[in-house]
Design a protein around this ligand. Sequence first.
Ligand SMILES: C[S@@+](CC[C@H](N)C(=O)[O-])C[C@H]1O[C@@H](n2cnc3c(N)ncnc32)[C@H](O)[C@@H]1O
Length: 261
Amino acid sequence: MLYPTETCQNRAPELLLKKTLVVLPSSILATYLLGIILPWPITLLHAVWLQGLIAALASYYLLHMPIWWAAIHLLFFPALLSASLILNLPAYWYLAGFITLLLIFGRIHRTRVPLFLSSQEAVDALAGLLPQDHQFKLIDLGSGCGGLACKLAQMLPHGSYHGIETALLPCWISKLRALLSRQDCQFEWESIWQHDLSGYDVVYAYLSPVPMPRLWEKARREMRPGSLFISNTFTVPSIEPDRCIRLDDFSSAVLYIWRMA
Ligand SMILES: C[S@@+](CC[C@H](N)C(=O)[O-])C[C@H]1O[C@@H](n2cnc3c(N)ncnc32)[C@H](O)[C@@H]1O
């Protein structure tokens, strides 16, 4: 699926987080004050819906956040309350849930890149583009759980595969996979922006529209002439790829391929 590149690039991710950090406490405070001012008693159920409504209206009309954020604000506390009433879980489960999400998704509010995995069709198409009979080095930028590199290493063991990932849990899973596969696969807990791309024949990325312009600039500066830059699904605005491969997978993804000059 192709995402609307321009609209996503113009959004400031940190701004959305900052607005949420304003909306949440102020809507809780407003609900508390209404609870004091209003002449009739407010139950916990009323309070969570009132807070949700205030937060949703304020986020949409005052802070001009996207509509889906308003929906999240509306439903967040009611969903939390329903879950705690239905499941009756102790409070530390919520903390554990939050920490687990943090470990899986890392600093997603900054990167704006969630975890989703390349399809088997993408792996097969990529394998067809790689040298079939001589050594090469490939890096997966934002390697998730390491599946792409490990599968390629099994298909083409004469290659050398590298992955870098900032989310901790996927990175640990990748390292374990590499250990068990015993192929030439290495994974590092590192940011894309800190890693030098000059040593690779193929650079693969499956990220989101947000980092693409900056990533293209980095690839242009660092990658060797003749090496391949391949992006799954997300193109670089205003830069025509040398080749596109449409995949027959669940999202009809496209591999965009640039040969670096
Ligand atoms: C869509 S997933 C792709 C996973 C894997 N490459 C694949 O194709 O199956 C993107 C991954 O990039 C990681 N990521 C996002 N920004 C990053 C950054 N600046 N440095 C390293 N990893 C990053 C995310 O944590 C996420 O796991």
